[in-house]
Design a protein around this ligand. Structure first.
Ligand code: 4AD
Ligand code: MG
Length: 434
């Protein structure tokens, strides 16, 4: 059999009454007097296998009692309809063969604390909810590629080792790079995407990015995946419209393809559907006013804190753009507001239900002198940015872009309290193992 002919549990919809053979692992076992059940997990999900004594060879019936959690096995059976579990069908067992045993698997059906689970992340990934979570994450990644490709975007991978500070000089991981001095792990691929728009107009990158702030919040990872897009001939308004369309496409795809997986998290899908309505757009000054009415001590000129974002997200109950922040709280590359020099043309997208900022984006400064002064004003050395400033010399055009934090997006879609579960192997202030 060639690799692409292997049968998966998820492929059996049209096979009712047929005999098939599947491989996988034991997710659970249950038994009553005459009937025994096992959950068989393969790459497509978890299928219920039923053993009925009269229809099952004695040897297979006996083998069942040796099955432990995570035993690898091969099951032969007949496909029949079912209303239990992930699939509308199950397998009536005709034979059972153990491929490899599993002794004293540490993660049992009882409750385990987060520290224990994170220390066993290499095994925890097999748990039912975690399996569902990464099906959702993968669906999101796929939807993003699909949407962007459909709209003429080209993927331009950006480097991870850089000399430039993309976002915040205080949050850099640095290392020594051969004989060339210091290098940093990229906080963003944006500056490199900006170079690429002149070749392709619409580009994106999707890779790991690094933030060294010593933050312990439930929304912070030291290493996270960011989708960044950059578009030539794109205004600030175009940028918001595109982000809204992209997020709505992702939500639609997840609702359509991952409904069962969302149920594993008891996700209220009606709440998610609200994101299919037009997003709220709120001027930064109005956001400050609203927060002050809610008793927050924020002043005009302050950045929004985690609690501010939570309160705004809960107030509107659907995704919300806060736009045109004060220049002092945002990165050097954002375009100055044409009629208010204290502000920049930018927006953060804040997710509802307390999940905080999921997108940061802006129109980019195109004026060579203004950009140079902003770099200097941040206390950054000019030399590493000379190539970036060059981009403003040769056919510079209006352009905009944004970055989506994948784990925050998945965290919102699924309804996770802490985003550390939304990445296979989280890197945090106090964790780099396994
Ligand atoms: O707002 P940020 O810092 O924006 C940028 O990096 C821009 N260069 C993007 C661009 O315009 N091309 O980060 C973008 C998003 C945030 O909205 C958030 O979702 C996520 O990245 N993010 C984090 N996610 C997890 N852990 C962290 N420490 C994060 N920092 C940012
Ligand atoms: Mg941001």
């Amino acid at each position: 059999m060639r690799w692409n002919q292997r049968v998966f549990a998820g492929d059996l919809a049209g096979q009712l009454g047929k005999e098939v053979q599947l491989q996988g692992w034991v997710q659970y076992t249950r038994k009553s007097k005459k009937v025994r059940f096992l959950g068989l997990r393969d790459g497509s999900g978890i299928l219920q296998v039923v053993l009925v004594q009269e229809e099952c060879p004695a040897a297979a019936w006996e083998t069942f009692s040796q099955l432990t959690q995570e035993t690898a096995l091969e099951v032969t059976g007949r496909v029949q309809a079912s209303n239990q579990g992930q699939f509308p069908f199950e397998l009536l067992c005709l034979d059972l063969k153990i491929l490899s045993d599993s002794q004293a698997y540490p993660i049992t059906p009882k409750e385990h604390g987060p520290d224990f689970l994170l220390s066993h992340r290499h095994l925890w990934l097999r748990s039912k909810k975690q399996v569902s979570l990464f099906k959702v994450r993968s669906t999101v990644i796929h939807a993003i590629h699909e949407f962007l490709t459909l709209h003429r975007f080209i993927k331009m991978d950006s480097p991870i080792l850089t000399q430039t500070v993309g976002e915040d000089p205080a949050g850099l991981f640095s290392l020594s790079y051969h004989d060339l001095g210091k290098a940093y792990l990229a906080q963003t691929g944006q500056l490199y995407l900006e170079a690429s728009i002149f070749a392709h107009e619409r580009v994106f990158c999707f890779g790991p990015t690094f933030r060294a702030e010593k933050s312990k919040t439930r929304r912070h990872l030291s290493e996270f995946w960011m989708l960044e897009a950059e578009m030539a001939f794109f205004t600030h308004q175009d940028n918001l419209d595109l982000q809204e369309d992209l997020i709505q496409y992702i939500v639609q795809q997840v609702l359509e393809k991952c409904s069962w997986h969302l149920k594993q998290f008891n996700r209220d899908q009606e709440k998610l559907k609200k994101a299919l309505n037009p997003f709220i757009r709120l001027d930064y000054s109005d956001a400050v006013k609203l927060l002050r009415e809610k008793g927050q001590p924020i002043q005009w000129g302050d950045d929004l804190g985690a609690l501010d974002e939570t309160l705004l997200g809960e107030h509107f109950d659907q995704p919300l753009f806060v736009f045109n922040y004060p220049k002092v709280v945002k990165a050097f590359y954002m375009k100055s507001h044409p009629s208010d020099p204290n502000r920049v043309l930018c927006a953060d997208l804040i997710a509802p239900e307390g999940h905080g900022e999921i997108i940061g984006g802006s129109e980019r400064e195109t004026d060579y002198e203004e950009l140079k002064q902003r770099i200097l004003a941040q206390g950054l050395p000019l030399q590493p940015y000379e190539w970036y400033l060059d981009l403003r010399k040769y056919g510079s055009v209006t352009h905009s872009g944004f970055g989506i934090g994948l784990e925050r997006l998945v965290g919102w879609l699924v309804g996770l309290h802490h985003i550390r579960e939304a990445i296979p192997f989280p890197r945090m202030l106090e964790r780099i193992h396994p």
